[in-house]
Design a protein around this ligand. Sequence first.
Ligand SMILES: C[S@@+](CC[C@H](N)C(=O)[O-])C[C@H]1O[C@@H](n2cnc3c(N)ncnc32)[C@H](O)[C@@H]1O
Length: 314
Amino acid sequence: MKLLAIKIETSHEVEDALSIYSQDNLNALGTEARKRSDFEQAGWLHDSTVVEMDEIKDLPKDMQFIAYFDEEADRDDLVNKFKNKLNELKSYGLNTGEEKITTSYIADQDWNTAWQKYYHVIDFSRHLAIVPEWEDYKPAFSDQKLIKLDPGLAFGTGNHQTTQLAMMGLERAIVKPVSVVDVGTGSGILAIAASELGATNVLATDISDESMTAAQQNAALNGLTNIKTQKTSLLADVDGKFDIIVANILAEILLDLIPQMNDHLNDNGQIIFSGIDYLQLPKIEKALDENDFKIDLTMRQGRWIGLSITRKEK
Ligand SMILES: C[S@@+](CC[C@H](N)C(=O)[O-])C[C@H]1O[C@@H](n2cnc3c(N)ncnc32)[C@H](O)[C@@H]1O
C-alpha cells in the first residue's frame, strides 16, 4: 500500500492547529512536524534525540508539516482544504510561514520508520516517563514509572501539550486507588498513566478502531491487566460510575460530554479536561456551570487549557 504525503512549508506557530485539523477533520492517518528548532537543539537535550547527518543538509526554514493519507484520498481537495485552513489561521494573526504545499506518494513502510525518528523518550515528571517501544531508558529515580508506547496510527505519543496537561491533571488527582474512565483514549497513553499512578481499574474508550487496537496493544506492552477498552462515542453506552473521568478531546466534543458526566461520576469524583484551545474556554466554563460543575484548577501550555473539575457543593 502507498500513502499520500502532503508536505507544507509553514511556521511552528500552526503545528497544533494543523495536526488536529488533519486528524480530526481530514481523517489523516498520521502527521509529522520537522522543526528547525528540534535539529538546532539536538545535542544538548538530555533525552535521546539523535540527528542523522543526511537530515541536516535539508533543514526546514521553520517547520515542515507532513500529513499522511490513504492513497485513494482526493489529493486536490485536501490541498485546497489545507490552503483554506492556512488562510483561516493567518486571519487569526498566526504566522503561517511560506505556505508552500507539495504532494507525493510513498510506501507506507517508509512512513512507519520515518516518524519514529522524531519520537523519543519524554522524561515527563518525577513519576512518569514515556518510552517508545524501540528505545532503552534508565530512569534517574528507580520508582519512576515507564509508559512504554507504540502509538501506531492512533493519537497520543505524549509529545502533544494537551496530553501532557491531562497527565499533570491525573498526577494531581490520583492520591489513592481510584477507578478511571479515559474518554477518547487514542494510543491508551492516559489510561496507562492512570494505571501506573495507582488506579484500580481503568476503562479506555474511543470511537476509532485504530485507537482500540493501539490501546489494547499498549496496555499489554506495559503488562497492565486492569485496563478494559470499549468502542463507543463518549459515555453514552458506558455502564457504571468512576472516581475520575479524563478526556483530552477538542472543546466542541467536550461540550457533548459535559451533560453525560453526572451519571458516570462517583461522589467526590473529579474530572480532568484537556484539548481546549484558550479561545474556546468561555464556552466550556458556561456549559460546566449550567451542569452544576465547577473548575478547581486551570492549567495552560501554549494555546491549550487543561482543567480539573468537581461537582458544585450543594
Ligand atoms: C486528542 S486525541 C487524545 C488521545 C489521548 N487520550 C491523548 O491524550 O493523547 C482525541 C481522541 O478522541 C477520540 N474521539 C473523538 N471523538 C470522540 C467521541 N465522540 N467519543 C470517543 N472518542 C472520541 C479520537 O478518536 C482520538 O483518539
